[in-house]
Design a protein around this ligand. Sequence first.
Ligand code: NAD
Ligand code: TDX
Length: 345
Amino acid sequence: MTILITGGAGFIGSHFTRRMVNQGRRVVALDKLTYAGNLENLKDVTEDAKPSNLLRFYTGDICEQRLVERILSEESIDTIVNFAAESHVDRSISSASTFIDTDMKGVFVLLEASKQFTINKFIQISTDEVYGTAHQGAFKETDALNPSNPYAASKAGGDRLAYAYWVTYKLPVIITRASNNYGSHQYPEKFIPLFITNALEDKKLPLYGDGKQVRDWIHVDDHCEAIDFLMTHGENGEVYNIGGGNERYNIDTAYFILDELKKPGTLIEHVKDREGHDRRYALDCAKLMSLGWKPKIRFENGLSDTVKWYINNQSWWKRIKNGEFMEYYKNQYSHRFASADSQIC
Ligand code: NAD
Ligand code: TDX
């Protein structure tokens, strides 16, 4: 069985690739290596994979029909796990075009190619953001989708397109909707790695609005384990929520990070809020749990380990923060900070 993992050089995709290779499974990874893709994330499996032919890497775009078809025909792909996406909400608010390309058109290309070849499982990695904000309770898989930013809307498009290929063509699709992931190798534009690395550099932490937004955090290892579990135990045509059961206010997470690093609370600066900011995400995961899976990692333990990883791997994130990231950070944050000493650069 060969698994095609798209987005395999990104945050979650690289963790999943490592997990599969370490289990002795043959993996083909396809990744465009956008700003978020990083071959360093796969260093340990590309160098140490035994036998080393377990992982084959293609640099390329999931929107390229001919490339996708060639990989499916030449590599005897049995399972596809589609992680490839533009994944950052703030970037989608600034410019949505690549989100429409990858998160919708890219899914279409993968589904169409899968129709032509014998694919036994197509797992579309969707997100809890497709439900929109949870005013009360927690979303079930059957709840209506109400995406409220361009990223979430494009992911909802990919999510429903995958479902349509099950209903219409009986393509064996499973859709997963996970909550906010955290862990090692996460690109430092996202909340947790941005706050850890800014604090390590004694820079301000830009907390949007009042910081009372709620996110349900899941450790990336728990998320990858759940996907692995669903590859065997999930039913075709079904959607599965994957949550960590760790709802936290952003402001509490920010203070936890500062406490771990022994840095002062004064580093937090409340800044202009994100447009259309979803106030709360919450998932009801009873469906997945009824199959026998539940998350194992307690948020505070996982976050403490994550903080240690960023302390011990400064060359990984400093290289990123010195590159394209700096331009992005200035554009995204310079108008948000009120104080002149917020050390944008
Ligand atoms: P990421 O941005 O770290 O990685 C995305 C990867 O996809 C990168 O390696 C990038 O180079 C690659 N990519 C982008 N466009 C591509 C294209 N056109 N063709 C091929 N490769 C392309 O994202 P992530 O946080 O690892 O998220 C992975 C998936 O999980 C995404 O589908 C995302 O929507 C979903 N998800 C993420 C979270 C989260 O909290 N991070 C939560 C739920 C769901
Ligand atoms: O500088 C910041 N300040 C801040 O207060 C950033 C970058 C974020 N935030 C807040 C916004 C959110 O309430 O922190 C929370 C988390 O923000 P992000 O890390 O941008 O994640 P979010 O918008 O919740 O989306 C994430 O979860 C769902 C992932 O980025 C998506 O890929 C996933 O689908």
